[in-house]
Write a protein that binds this ligand. Sequence first.
Ligand code: NAD
Length: 413
Amino acid sequence: MGSALATAHAQLATAAEILGYDEGLHRMLATPRREIHVAVPLRRDSGETVLFHGFRVQHNVSLGPGKGGLRYHPSVDVDEVRALAMWMTWKCAVVHLPYGGAKGGVAIDPRGYSLAELERVTRRYTSEIMPMIGPDTDIMAPDMGTDAQTMAWVMDTYSVNRGYTIPAVVTGKPLAIGGSLGRGTATSAGIVHVTKAALAESGVPLDEVSVAIQGFGKVGSHAAEIFAARGARVAAVSDQYGGIRADDGLDVPRLLEHVRRTGSVVDFPDADSVSNTELLALDVDVLVPAAIEGVLDETTAGDVKARWVVEGANGPTTAAGDALLAKNDVTVVPDVLANAGGVVVSYFEWVQANQTYWWTEQEIADKLEHRMTTAYAEVSALAKREGLSLRDAALVIGVKRVAEAHQIRGLYP
Ligand code: NAD
């Protein structure tokens, strides 16, 4: 079993125990409803043919269509996709979305392929999984290694095969074809909303904290931008090539320009270099892991000095890492709550596409903030009432909403 799946299963087992669920219900919640494994052959620009493996997993569809990203990363395998799909189920339930959880992935390193090759991979993968996806069955969005352009290709392939334009089959698509204002920054804006709410519980204002962010992609870079714009000091950031730190705070707009030019945060002037592991242990107030799974484990979590860990990535903390953070009184705002802003605005995008009526950016920003702060308040209230961590409280809320839907709907036949 992959480590992300082990983490997801351990978290569910804890929630099921707190909720007093029997083995049958626990097993049903632990098992994906449907999975597909597809071969994705690619004719390279050179004429050579190579083959990739692709997956789509619908973990649960009791509350509505499956919803979840599409990941392009060399380490994608079916267990990782299963874990990510399960987290989507709980996440959608925590923020009250009428969705189940799903996820897809192709085991490919997108950096090694031309745009034309990535388009062919995306179109072939989409046509292979066509029977499983649709605006009422399973809706994709960008994740690691994919972006708005990828979603445009998915939407076009699906629509061409159906014979008419179906924007609601994906979210996170470009504005020109029915994307939503605010979707590009939604996950990061949500991270900042919940960080502010968590800090407020200790009477700490956002503009007095220092932040370190691991991962400088769609989530991490916009989080840095929004934290800095709201007055927080972004003291360190990293990507897969390495990290940089400046204890007085990085100049984030200049850093974004540097990344646009060079493709990495590395070698940014006026900053010292720091490794990805060192970044996790920096003496900052808030640590935002926003890259990959499993980085806070039994070897790294004990060194964390931040008082708050806000999980931008999915599954950045293993069960052993979680125990060490709890022992050291680090407050962890869990992924299923902290990074839910992306799927919230994906939902807004889907609603807008279904009603073909678009909202203003301000409407979307206000609705997002309301959803995130309400969800944080619900999770925090349960945590306080029952003496739970924020993670256990969020999972209990998410798992219970899904289990209730199962029970009310009944078991067919
Ligand atoms: P992305 O591909 O845009 O960026 C990923 C970043 O992580 C890049 O900066 C990359 O260099 C860095 N990275 C990759 N491997 C690394 C490693 N081994 N060490 C350090 N850095 C590494 O992806 P993203 O969309 O920003 O997603 C990041 C995380 O956030 C993922 O866990 C994803 O599932 C999660 N997430 C994304 C969204 C979204 O809306 N995009 C929503 C919720 C959760």
